[in-house]
Design a protein around this ligand. Structure first.
Ligand SMILES: [Fe+2]
Length: 184
């Protein structure tokens, strides 16, 4: 059964392993194997948004709910990440830096109970293809909010500083769609 405080402690302990990311992957895999346990501990995902479960200089744990049909532009993290889906589905498009700028480099669809690891160099865009919320546990090997990062314009693929306010607007627009759907 997923317990928030125990999960945080276990992730903290995993940082001491020789492969911290692999140790965290095992923890996230175990957690999302029973999605109902996460919902019981963190609440039913009813709106899109980011809930910070834990934040320190060497570890960030987020409960991330993508709104229906939500799109997140290409971005990097500059630290390793482990993502585990406990509801819905997310489509990842991966990119690489090249001499001509960013180039597309594969896709991966993650469904409930799937877990993926992203390296510190990873660049990805995320799309929720569903008319419902996609809910995921994200664990990062650093302070996700304090690390300067990049994002890329989705049409020109031009690099720019990560714009937190834009991301928050995308979440809010998704919530407006949820409210509109509920009242129609
Ligand atoms: Fe990301």
């Amino acid at each position: 059964m997923f317990e928030k405080e125990r999960f945080i402690e276990e992730c903290r302990a995993a940082l001491k392993e020789s492969s911290a990311q692999e140790a965290v992957r095992e923890l996230v895999e175990r957690a999302v194997r029973e999605p109902s346990g996460i919902v019981r501990a963190l609440g039913e995902p009813l709106r899109s948004g980011v809930e910070t479960i834990y934040r320190a200089s060497d570890l960030t744990i987020l409960n991330l709910c993508w709104g229906p049909r939500m799109d997140i532009r290409p971005h990097d993290h500059r630290m390793w990440a482990v993502i585990g889906i406990y509801g819905g589905c997310e489509q990842n498009t991966f990119f690489r830096r090249g001499e001509q700028g960013l180039t597309r480099h594969g896709t991966r669809e993650l469904k409930e109970k799937d877990v993926t690891r992203l390296g510190a160099e990873a660049i990805h865009a995320v799309h929720n293809p569903l008319d419902q919320i996609t809910a995921a546990i994200h664990v990062y090997g650093g302070d996700f909010f304090a690390t300067p990062r990049s994002e890329w314009d989705p049409s020109t693929l031009k690099e720019q500083a990560y714009d937190v306010e834009h991301t928050m607007r995308v979440f809010e627009e998704a919530n407006q769609r949820i409210r509109a759907a509920a009242s129609s």
